[in-house]
Design a protein around this ligand. Structure first.
Ligand SMILES: [Zn+2]
Length: 292
């Protein structure tokens, strides 16, 4: 991918460094100790003085609870080598799907926020999560969450290196956003709720995942980012590497199709390719087809 003169999305939030509790609970804990100390020595009168002092400090712009001890800490958020790629790919998905939504008469494309985190993140709608779950989309807050160390893992552990492998992962999560804002995820959840067996419920999940792969393919087919030879192969490599059959084989288990929730490597590659060639989301009807 040639990213040099491609812009950056304004919807990326760098939330690395929020995982710790240096300021929040640390400051509150200190405050609690202080209150107890003042109460025991000076009674309620002392507490009132402490309270006045607290608000006086805040009034002149100093936060007594911050561990910086008065001045606002000039914290530079952690960045990574992947941040430019994430911003560019997200911007490109915004351009592509704004266009697609208009063409299809769906309306305005509501751009998702993409959160970068390190280690652990508290989402607005899906509780807290660690990097162990991998990149994910939270339908309740319509946001994407990615710990970019997953991209290292993708290259090293799953054998799928390359910038376009990473781009595919981002576009796949955006695919889940599209399913959410168009009501497809809700529809599938209702069907799952009335499904007779675990295998049937799983099949619905597989169909959703393969649709997200296909939507990622549509993006790849339409992106204005200049691709390099081999980029599509990188995306296909990632799709194969994180297919359920491959993951299960790697983890030492037998391959049991009924427990698949993402689709096999072959299916994931095929649906990505379908979207890539068609450049049209109507090609991504994984819910209506007999042939997954
Ligand atoms: Zn997915």
């Amino acid at each position: 991918m040639r990213l040099d003169d491609f812009g950056q999305s304004s919807n990326v939030r760098n939330r690395r460094g929020e995982g710790g509790s240096r300021m929040g609970s640390g400051g509150a804990g200190l405050m609690f100790v202080l209150i107890r100390m003042v109460m025991s020595r000076f009674g309620i009168g002392g507490l009132v003085v402490l309270g006045i002092g607290f608000f006086a400090l805040q009034a002149i712009g100093i936060n007594p609870l911050s561990s910086g001890g008065g001045t606002q800490r000039a914290s530079a958020p952690q960045t990574s080598q992947y941040d430019q790629l994430v911003g560019a790919v997200l911007l490109s998905t915004e351009n592509v799907f704004t266009e697609v939504f208009r063409e299809e008469g769906i309306g305005d494309y509501p751009e998702p926020v993409l959160n970068l985190f390190a280690g652990r993140v508290t989402t607005r709608g899906c509780g807290s999560a660690t990097s162990a779950v991998g990149p994910f989309y939270c339908p309740a807050d319509s946001q994407v969450y990615i710990d970019t160390s997953f991209f290292d893992e993708l290259g090293q552990r799953f054998g799928a290196p390359g910038d376009f492998a990473q781009a595919y992962v981002i576009a796949h999560e955006v695919g889940h956003h599209i399913q959410n804002v168009t009501g497809i995820s809700d529809q599938v959840r209702r069907q799952q709720a009335s499904a007779r067996s675990e295998a049937d419920r799983n099949e619905y999940s597989v169909r959703l995942e393969l649709m997200a792969d296909c939507l990622a393919g549509v993006w790849a087919g339409r992106t204005q980012i200049q691709l390099d030879p081999g980029d599509i192969r990188e995306a296909l490599g990632a799709a194969a590497a994180i297919g359920d059959d491959t993951l299960q084989r790697r983890s030492g288990g037998r391959v049991v199709p009924d427990s698949f929730t993402h689709g096999t490597s072959e299916q994931r590659q095929r649906w990505f390719t379908t979207g890539y060639r068609a450049r049209d989301i109507s090609a991504c009807d994984t819910l209506g087809t007999d042939q997954l």
